[in-house]
Design a protein around this ligand. Sequence first.
Ligand code: MV4
Length: 442
Amino acid sequence: MKSILIANRGEIAVRIIRTCRDMGLRSVAVFSEVDRDALHVQFADEAYCIGPGPASKSYLSIPAILSVAYVAKVDAIHPGYGFLSENAEFARICEECGFIFIGPRPAEMKALGDKVSARRIARAAGVPTLEGSEPLLSVDDALARAGAVGFPVLFKAGAGGGGRGMRVARDDREVAAFFPVVESEAKAAFGDSAVYVEKYLEAARHIEVQVVGDARGNVVHLFERDCSIQRRHQKVIEEAPAHGLTAKDRETLGGYAVKLLKETGYRNAGTLEFLRNGDGKFYFLEMNTRLQVEHPVTEAVTGVDLVGWQIAVARGEALPLKQGDIALSGHAIEFRINAEDSERFRPSSGRLETWRPPGGPGVRLDAGVAAGAVVSPHYDSLLAKLIVSGATRDEAMARAVRALREFEATGIATNISLHARVVAEEKWRRGDVTTRYLEPAR
Ligand code: MV4
């Protein structure tokens, strides 16, 4: 493998290009008409326009991306996250056309990407899941299954992900009222109306485990991240490791993750999401069959280049480290820097007039923009990720306060000041947060 096409944009395209350069691989970027001057285009060895601004006509266009793969004569395609990263059809076409897809094989992507199927696989592997159902057949079926699980229940779309398409129901009336709505929303959003119910845990912690498998049957985990701080199901702050877990907790979680993946012969990087209840137990929720936005906090506490590992296993190499040689060191926290008006929950767009990024000890900035960049309303609002690390959580927090103070962006609204408020809050500093932290009560 000598060259990689990066089928993405923004900070994650830049992130992947950097590892390509470190590994001596030629990087090929693709861009839409509005991204002509984007940072990922400037950083790549080559770049090709694939269509107009709307993602459906560019970053989601399989024919446009494959045409570039042929013309630029690349060996492999990295999908990043979002866009086509969890599209099994795309993975299959890449392989059929002779390009290495840097991700799981289509069969495992399908089996583990579907939430009902992933729950089944987890249960068969002896990994705990919450009380729940198969896809619901009717309102009567929904009432019966919700009753059996016990209120409150959460409706989830089988094909959904990242909290989209979820709805809490607290009694029979709500089940009857919400089921048809959730079903039609699932159909509209994911092209699949399958909806199931699961016991709703009101104030749990959202903990996820990073895993990587190679083509020789080896699977390792790289410990966990705490992603409890979300807003409207968008993660905003993530950290590694999850504070307050014992060595035994870690062994339990890692054991679950490796068992689940060995069962399926999973290859490449993936993440298993768990909830941790007040009783300290872990319950498997779903799997993300791709590299995640928050992967740098894991890199910061393990010293591993996860994109490098993805490339290594995709070209058939064994995992660089054995489980026993992967150690946790220090603490890292990631802040997602979004182009948004945080008060109104609205994305903002326009020209970034000033961009003064922070630096210094323990500070990493993965940005997709620079000063003067025009932030388009066509795409996700993530501008950059600030990752701070230190020997302890306290040291990482002190560096977070410093870095957020240094960080200045003008021209468009960002959530930098929201982050600065959170890091000053006693409750967050104590680590006393659950999934309800930034959410209005409901
Ligand atoms: C849950 C849950 C409670 N009970 N499932 C959100 C992201 C998606 N991958 C799974 N998520 C959740 N699933 C059950 N059965 C809580 C979350 C959740 C959450 C819910 C409301 C507000 C913020 C949240 C943050 C993280 C996880």
